[in-house]
Design a protein around this ligand. Sequence first.
Ligand code: PA5
Length: 449
Amino acid sequence: MIQLKLKIDNASRFVSENEIKLFESEVELKRQKIYEKTGAGSDFLGWVDLPAQIDEDLLADLEKDAARIKTDSQVAVVIGIGGSYLGARAVIDALSNNFYPMQYQKSGNPLVVYAGQNIGEEYTAQLLDFLEDKSYSLIVISKSGTTTEPAIAFRLLRKHLEEKYGEQEAAKRIYAITDVSKGALKTLADNKGYKTYVIPDDVGGRYSVLTPVGLLPIAVAGFDIRQFVEGAKNMQQFLQQESALYKNPAALYAVVRNILYRKGKTTEIMASYTPNLMYITEWWKQLYGESEGKEQKGIFPAGVNFTTDLHSMGQYIQDGLRNIFETVVRVENPSRTIEIPHDEDNLDGLNFLAGKRLSYVNKMAETGTMLAHVDGQVPNLEIILPRIDENVLGELIYFFEMGCAISGYILEVNPFDQPGVEAYKKNMFALLEKPGFEKETAEIKERLK
Ligand code: PA5
């Protein structure tokens, strides 16, 4: 059995049972296309069977390298962008103490920090300053091995590491996760003798959390990758076996969001009342945005953190343009208990809450917000997790991946390519006068005159 639950009752004013049932045969066909690898982008369906295929040797190797990094490094720098860092960050942040960066030494695990996910000069300079007096290792991740942002960050950090440790010792502190045979990173790794892990050919960046791309950083941060994989595997097996639309949460999620989209609800807001899940939302935004936003179609994925953003975005969600639906990731059992204390003076008037848990207040905020938003014509879906741990997060990640694939097929796009990402690169290379882009450089200069 799986632990994740999908609740759609609070969308029932907007989506009827009949409308959902009309999708039954179509969804079965889409599922077949996924499992039989006959749909659009079928070369990139390696993630479908991945959790059940991760073998003991790989897990042991990852744990061994994680232990080594723990022994020789205070900090692990994960270099990557998009699918090559968001999944790891989402899981690490979800599992970490919110104040862990300030007290990572106490945890006994290296601090995981990120580079190459931007080209901010201040950010990079501050990172290099921070690393100055720390022992550290680099985990450089790029499937293509040619992405500009992480390549620049890697060049800078490699130089810094080599100056600190010398070329030979630095090479022992670099772990490259990339294509099995092609790309500049693979060539560099082979030439310099870095430890390498492979991103399978048939797994795209945003579907790669359950490969070394996610697993190595998660293990380095001190979390149980076996439980994470186990959770994903449970979800994989459950979703594959369950063909009844109402019982298959990934299929149901895909169907309901497409029905809402066809009714003009073109923006989906992912909301959570648990601050640790902020990067789960960021990962989800990439997964769904990059998979579905093409051919002038697609639900726009947005994210909010409640109750924080009820004091900023709450007004719009309640009362702005009515093209929104909301998906709340709810965590039933927080791992800690805090009760609101009684206060003799009661000047803040909060004694009516004395003895109540914070999670109770949070839950009432959540229920109240949901009812208000539904009244304001914002359909509400709920993804309910019993708690946050590695196993549950494995389920959640796989659920979202399968939901995205089915949803993309219902939308009739290829959910596994990203042709739109190339446009900015072409312009950037032209502006940077990259060799091979002479014609584009001349054209763009003309345009900017
Ligand atoms: O999902 C994707 O494919 C992208 O987000 C990529 O992960 C991202 O562009 C980074 O690519 P690469 O891993 O080739 O450096």
